[in-house]
Design a binder for this molecule. Structure first.
Ligand code: KIV
Ligand code: ZN
Length: 532
């Protein structure tokens, strides 16, 4: 096999597949998946530990917030190339270039749609005009950065002959990677492989660029289509953690990576991914976005390695290879029946955290251990799910300004529910408020809004059990809207009303910080803003 590393540090060996993660761009773009800057940095650091080759950190020209997060990741995350998306507009390219400039290795990814539908109905541009824009944008991007990628959006529905012309022109203009997106999740594996083979046969300079694949999952074939492209010569896969992304999502990183790893004998290529980081990274993204992983999801779902049927259990007891094609520990899942409780010490706790695939520094372990002890006072047995929930929250120092000091609820069948709260503000204020509601959650939300002095529009309220058992912790995720912006908050507690209040407090704090910094303006509280 041909082994070579280009002058940007990218491994271009024939048997190496570059993993380009777009969780923070295409994933974050999906409804309900938006992340704060701190959350994006946490995910970017987890992606670095996972050893992805490229992190698409955002779309710098989309908003000042997007620019800031791409720039912060470029400044703070070393190792992977840091990339920003840009349309074929000079201003977009300039913003992308400025945002990724601080990175140790940077990339600019320019795109324009090429299919007839997009040309006629969206862009109203002729074929030649699109090629001219694509070429000019790639050339401009190359003035700022040596590593430039180009995507013909909706490539899978573009006439192959025209697509080949576009690809040849952008490679001549200096694109080092040419990405072929199945933007609307329309293609099927055989057809997509033929398209890659066609491009390899009909674009004379195709060898001067890395061919990349980017698939959406509208027909449930994003992973299969990406693998078909690899078999047909693609050497970069664009994907997201847990497959989050527009509509049905993108190609799932953990699935495509484990398919290449498990079927190395078939594909003959490998990636740099540290597969033992897949499970913790998946949990982190699920916990930050509130997009929970279905139990039966391949690789990272709760049941992915569970064997229930007697005949399977029998085989497993004889030899795991009878029914297991991957080892759970290879994807970072090291479950045990070991249950921790209030008498478990710091050492046992630290060991379990390590076995679950998390690396915490001393300060984080100390904070997590305090939370563990508090939880152990309320809950007899602590399972892996409880420990994961503690760890997910430990990276977040609760930034305030409000802290919930006390919450009292009165509720009963056929009675109006009431909530009383005592809250402290970082400026020294202590405020008590009470409210009534149709249920205890609504009453608690209204009481919190009264203290904060504004009301939120509740768009979604989700509760799920973190582990099993009567004293299991409940995790509540709320999505609210305030002045046209959407915010998400999480709360975990053995008491689901308290979990709901903590989730609501998180969004109240986010909005309060915007109001106090002058980024947003206060809106008057309404009597029945929160309806649960
Ligand atoms: O799906 C798509 O076409 C994209 C491009 C911008 C690469 O996300
Ligand atoms: Zn996409």
């Amino acid at each position: 096999m041909n082994e070579r590393v280009d002058d940007q540090g990218n491994d271009q060996s024939d048997d190496h597949v570059i993993i380009f993660d777009t969780t923070l761009r295409d994933g974050e773009q999906a409804p309900g998946c938006s992340m704060t800057l701190r959350e994006k940095l946490r995910v970017a650091n987890a992606l670095r530990e996972l050893q992805v080759d490229v992190i698409e950190a955002g779309f710098a020209a989309a908003s000042p917030g997007d620019f800031d997060s791409v720039q912060a990741i470029a400044e703070q995350v070393q190792g992977p190339a840091i990339c920003s998306l840009a349309r074929c507009h000079p201003e977009d390219v300039a913003r992308a270039a400025a945002a990724v400039k601080p990175a140790e290795r940077s990339r600019i990814h320019v795109f324009v749609a090429t299919s007839e539908i997009h040309r006629n109905l969206k862009l109203q541009m002729a074929k030649e005009e699109i090629i001219r824009r694509a070429v000019e944008s790639v050339q401009l991007a190359r003035e700022h950065c040596d590593d430039v990628e180009f995507s013909p959006e909706d490539a899978s529905r573009t006439e192959p002959g025209y697509l080949a012309e576009v690809v040849q022109a952008v490679i001549e203009a200096g694109a080092r990677t040419v990405n072929i997106p199945d933007t609307v999740g329309y293609t099927v594996p055989g057809e997509f492989a033929e398209l890659f083979a066609y491009l390899r046969d009909n674009v004379p300079n195709i060898g001067d660029a890395v061919l990349s694949v980017h698939c959406h999952d509208d027909l449930g074939m994003a992973v299969a289509n990406s693998l078909a492209a690899v078999s047909a010569g693609a050497r970069q896969i664009e994907c997201t953690i847990n497959g989050i992304g527009e509509r049905a999502g993108n190609c799932s990183l953990e699935e495509v990576v484990m398919a290449l790893d498990t079927r190395q004998n078939y594909f003959g290529v490998s990636s740099n991914i540290d597969t033992s980081r897949l499970y913790p990274t998946s949990r982190l993204v699920a916990s930050i976005t509130g997009m929970h992983v279905p139990r039966n999801k391949a690789i990272v779902g709760e049941n992915a390695f569970a064997h229930e049927a007697g005949i399977h259990q029998h085989g497993m007891l004889k030899d795991a290879s009878t029914y297991e094609i991957m080892k759970p520990e290879n994807v970072g899942l090291s479950r045990s029946n070991l249950v921790l409780g209030k008498h478990s010490g710091r050492h046992a706790f630290r060991e379990r955290v390590g076995q679950l695939g998390f690396e915490l520094d001393d300060e984080e372990i100390n904070r997590a251990f305090d939370d563990f002890k508090n939880l152990a006072d309320r809950k007899k047995e602590l399972f892996d799910g409880d420990i994961e929930a503690i760890i997910m929250n430990v990276g977040e120092t609760r930034p305030g300004p409000w802290t919930l000091e006390e919450l009292q609820i009165s509720a009963g069948t056929g009675k109006i529910a009431g909530a009383a709260v005592r809250m402290s503000h970082s400026d020294g204020r202590n405020i008590n408020e009470a409210a009534v509601g149709d249920g205890p959650v609504e009453a608690a939300f209204k009481a919190l809004e009264r203290v904060a002095g504004f009301s939120l529009e509740l768009r979604n309220f989700e509760v799920r059990s973190v582990t099993m058992g009567e004293d299991a912790q409940g995790e509540v995720t709320v999505t609210v809207e305030y002045n046209g912006h959407s915010y998400r908050g999480h709360g975990i507690s053995t008491d689901i009303v308290e979990a709901g209040a903590l989730a609501y407090l998180e969004v109240i704090n986010r909005v309060s910080r915007r109001i106090e910094s002058g980024t947003d303006k206060p809106a008057a509280p309404s009597a029945d803003a929160a309806a649960v």
